[in-house]
Design a protein around this ligand. Structure first.
Ligand code: ATP
Ligand code: MG
Length: 422
């Protein structure tokens, strides 16, 4: 048993996992930049009050899941449990409201939530997050949804679909909540204790309950889409019209909610086949009230966050291939100890010429060749013996076993051609 173990719910992302991560992050960044988003990096911790306000006191995240602490100066800080609050704080603090609209921002990094760990659910995980600020038109909703969709298409996911709902706005939501609460009161003896509590603190969240006993009550609950005001109904219709035009499959999911006043209108998730219960690979929606709530001017906004661990899980489950990371093609071995200084010089020169080269750290020639094989090299340069006396090195091709001698002069050029297959 090792003396130290990583904290529950965290992961070591080992080198052999990195091709997946690299591919996902690179694809996400390439698309975001190409679609006109700028990268924003915010601190990993913020004032606790920012999240209490920006995520909302009556949410699971704030009630149960935050990593909060006092630093040595007595400041109340929290490791970010999501990106949006920090992004909006940065938007206001850096005067981005003066920029031409829309302001499009993306971020990538670790997120912390004290959750019950299970497959696809961690306490430290990573998100790719994108936000569009300053546009009320459903075109902005569509634009964020397309970025999410295109990301998964570029990653070659199968079985993709949108889950879509509208959560209304402060005009129409109170009427809906009244109807919802009445329905729940009528079934009060059937629902779980958490939902009884939610009815008092954050009634919309009952729709999100995962307990078996609550499922029939959810299924028979009134639907918010039947309570939308004209503005919200038109917004929803327009967005659906765009999705229909583009032929993107979506399911209206009346259970999809964000239980807070400043989340408005559109809410969506992307689901992918292959990871069972944790099917959501991203979640997003509109939050027209948040910028103002955090002290900025009234600013409509919409965004989404994709969980990278879940994306990697889907890639594995669906057998999506990823390109390998760059690895050294060449390996330098030596015949006798006296050849080492030249081997080292060769290593440095070839690297300076931008070739991928490693060198044996010790052992007989046999064991050096074994090391080269194990490290995935394609060619071994053997320094020493008769070749060295002639100003040459032997080059062994590990794939076909062939060997030839190359002059030290212009060696880098020679090897570059060899690497390219010429
Ligand atoms: P869930 O319903 O799965 O708990 P959520 O509504 O809490 O998701 P969001 O806050 O919308 O999720 O976060 C966006 C995405 O981040 C999710 O779709 C998911 O892919 C990912 N995610 C959320 N929580 C975790 C976690 N604990 N571990 C790994 N990924 C997560
Ligand atoms: Mg959650």
């Amino acid at each position: 048993m090792p003396r130290f173990k990583r904290p529950t719910g965290t992961q070591d992302i080992l080198p052999q996992e990195q091709p997946y991560w690299h591919h996902v992050v690179q694809t996400a960044e390439r698309l975001a930049l190409r679609y006109g988003y700028g990268r924003l990096d915010t601190p990993i911790f913020e004032e606790t009050a920012l999240f209490a306000r920006g995520v909302g006191g009556a949410t699971d995240i704030v009630e149960k899941e935050m990593y909060s602490f006092k630093d040595k100066g007595g400041h109340d800080l929290t490791l970010r449990p999501e990106f949006t609050a920090g992004v909006v704080r940065a938007y206001i603090e850096n005067g981005m409201q003066k920029l031409p609209k829309p302001v499009k921002l993306y971020s990538i990094g670790p997120i912390f939530r004290y959750e019950r760990p299970q497959a696809g659910r961690f306490r430290q995980f990573h998100q790719f997050n994108a936000e569009i600020l300053g546009v009320a038109d459903p075109l902005a909703d569509l634009e964020t949804m397309l970025l999410a969709w295109d990301l998964y298409e570029h990653l070659e996911f199968g079985g993709l679909s949108f889950q879509l709902n509208s959560t209304g706005c402060p005009t129409c939501r109170p009427g809906y909540i009244e109807a919802l609460v009445a329905h729940y009161r009528a079934h009060y003896d059937q629902i779980c204790d958490d939902c009884k509590r939610r009815l008092e603190t954050n009634p919309l969240r009952v729709l999100d309950c995962k307990k078996a006993q609550c499922q029939p009550v959810i299924a028979s609950a009134p639907r918010i889409t039947e309570h939308l005001c004209d503005d919200c109904r038109l917004h929803f219709q327009t967005l659906r019209g765009y999705l229909d035009t583009l032929g993107k499959p979506y399911t209206i999911n009346p259970r999809l909610v964000r239980g807070l006043d400043y989340y408005t209108k559109t809410v969506f998730e992307v689901w992918a086949e292959g990871i069972g219960a944790q099917a959501a690979v991203c979640g997003g929606g509109r939050y027209d009230g948040l910028v103002e709530l955090l002290g900025g001017p009234p600013t409509p906004a919409v965004g989404f966050a994709a969980g990278i661990e879940r994306v990697v899980m889907v890639m594995k489950a669906q057998g999506v291939a990823v390109p390998p990371l760059p690895a050294p093609t060449f390996f330098i071995a030596w015949l006798e100890k006296s050849a080492r200084p030249l081997a080292v010089r060769l290593l440095v020169e070839l690297r300076a010429a931008d070739l991928g080269v490693q060198m044996a750290m010790g052992g007989s020639l046999r064991s050096q060749l074994r090391q080269a094989n194990r490290r995935g090299a394609r060619f071994v340069l053997i320094v020493g013996g008769d070749e060295l006396a002639r100003g040459e090195v032997a080059c062994k091709n590990l794939l076909d076993g062939g060997q030839e001698s190359f002059p030290l002069e212009n060696l880098a050029e020679r090897l570059r051609r060899l690497e390219a297959g010429g």
